[in-house]
Design a protein around this ligand. Structure first.
Ligand SMILES: Nc1nc(=O)n([C@H]2C[C@H](O)[C@@H](COP(=O)(O)O)O2)cc1CO
Ligand SMILES: [Zn+2]
Length: 169
């Protein structure tokens, strides 16, 4: 006989972990061999209004454009790749992002910081800050501070979130 449940399930995902996990799941779509980034935009009603990951613009081939990090600028991924945060904003459902939060796997660069601020997003929640100290991140932090966009590093309640797509194995 199954035990009767008298209370709610424990161990469910917190909102923060849930939105970051959605960002990280989106990152799994990235073709970038070195850094996969995902982002998830959430409105004040805790509804997801946009997701994105880093990749080349629509119609630009993942197989012809370069994924290299080094060499002449034109031969690297950097001039071509759209960052996860930019894609999350551009992919968002038509409407207003004012007052939203963006969950991102990696602290935003200065270009995405401008997009985030101009879109009216008021909070940045990030996991990794692996490029802290670079000019790009310093400029982002400077702009976020001036624009009053709050930034916080997520301390996940659940360090691992498992998603099983098959009942077997
Ligand atoms: N916040 C970010 N969002 C992103 O989507 N990216 C993307 C751009 C590249 O595709 C990749 C960084 O590549 P690498 O320099 O670590 O090999 O992550 C990078 C940053 C860092 O500012
Ligand atoms: Zn960026």
């Amino acid at each position: 006989m199954q035990a009767a449940h008298s209370g709610k399930r424990s161990g469910y995902l917190s909102w923060d972990d849930y939105f970051m996990a959605v960002a990280l799941l989106s990152a799994q779509r990235s073709k970038d061999p070195s850094t996969q980034v995902g982002a998830c935009i959430v409105n004040s009603q805790k509804r997801i209004v946009g997701v994105g990951y880093n990749g080349f613009p629509t119609g630009c081939s993942d197989d012809t454009l370069p994924w290299s990090r080094e060499g002449d600028f034109i031969d690297t991924k950097y001039p071509y790749v759209c960052h996860a945060e930019l894609n999350a904003v551009l992919n968002s459902v038509p409407g207003n992002l004012t007052g939203c939060a963006i969950y991102t796997a990696l602290f935003p660069c200065n270009e995405c910081a401008k997009v985030i601020i101009q879109a009216g997003i008021r909070e940045v929640v990030y996991l990794s800050d692996k490029y802290a100290g670079t000019d790009s991140v310093r400029a982002s932090r400077h702009m976020f501070e001036q624009a009053g966009v709050a930034c916080r590093q997520l301390e996940p309640a659940n360090p691992v979130v498992t998603i099983r797509l098959s009942e077997n194995g």
